[in-house]
Write a protein that binds this ligand. Structure first.
Ligand code: MN
Length: 245
């Protein structure tokens, strides 16, 4: 089983898209789980008619013919709907979800994008609660695709400005108390999440551990970043996606 997240695909990141495409075509994993923020923005399933999104959709469909492909919504692509999953053949993953793989380990692992755990970021949690409401989504999706793209671009510009003002150390992380509650409710001891772009594996007090996924950026980051977390009977390992075959 492979876990990846936070690819933030957009037309401005051609090398990142190419690396994902090569990885999906070559991985020896029997299933791939994309834990949110596959796209930098997703303003509605009619986006799949646009050239870049259609190309990505075709890539996901081809990957799904090689191995089961599971996609979770992130804070950038929370508007994936039934038509996206229909068009790509990907399986819609709720957040959080317990993954049982008795062939690998007796206990499940808990998968999440991770944004819902970052409760110290109260401004973001208010925004999240608003945009996850069916009424807000229906009103947003009633706008034209061009209008939604413009609103999405404005929101991302505001978010970038906010991040540049904040001290890096003040970025919220997954709340350990809430994470432990989620794990206990799922009868799991291992949490896998993305979102924070701070990859690490750690054991926590209380007998649980977490694996935080890396984001991918093979276009602007120096050095380029991309990583796969693989779960086998031997445990968890981090791989270069080019070496995942
Ligand atoms: Mn995110």
């Amino acid at each position: 089983m492979d876990f990846i997240s936070d690819l933030h695909l957009s037309p401005e990141l051609p090398r990142t898209l190419a690396a994902l495409e090569a990885y999906l075509a070559s991985t020896c994993a029997d299933a791939v789980f994309i834990l949110g923020d596959l796209f930098e923005a997703w303003v509605g399933d009619d986006s799949i008619t646009l050239p870049f999104e259609r190309r990505c959709g075709d890539m996901l469909a081809a990957a799904g013919r090689r191995h089961p492909l599971y996609v979770m919504r992130g804070n950038r692509d929370f508007l994936f709907g039934a038509a996206f999953f229909e068009a790509t053949g990907a399986v819609d993953l709720p957040d959080p979800v317990a993954l049982h793989a008795p062939g690998i380990a007796p206990a499940p692992v808990l998968l999440s994008h991770g944004d819902a755990l970052c409760i110290d970021d109260t401004a973001y949690q208010q925004f999240r609660a608003q945009v996850r409401q069916p009424a807000w989504q229906a009103a947003f999706l009633a706008k034209s695709l061009a209008e939604r793209q413009a609103i999405g671009a404005q929101m991302r510009a505001a978010s970038r400005e906010h991040q540049q003002r904040a001290e890096p150390v003040t970025y919220a992380d997954a709340d350990p108390t809430l994470a432990r509650q989620w794990l206990m409710a799922a009868d799991a001891r291992v949490l896998v999440h993305g979102h924070t772009h701070r990859p690490q594996s750690e054991r926590r007090d209380g007998g649980w551990q977490r694996h935080v996924l890396s984001d991918w950026d093979l276009d602007h980051a120096t050095p380029p970043r991309a990583e796969v977390l693989r779960w086998t009977a031997q445990g968890f390992t981090r791989l270069d996606p080019a070496q995942a075959g």
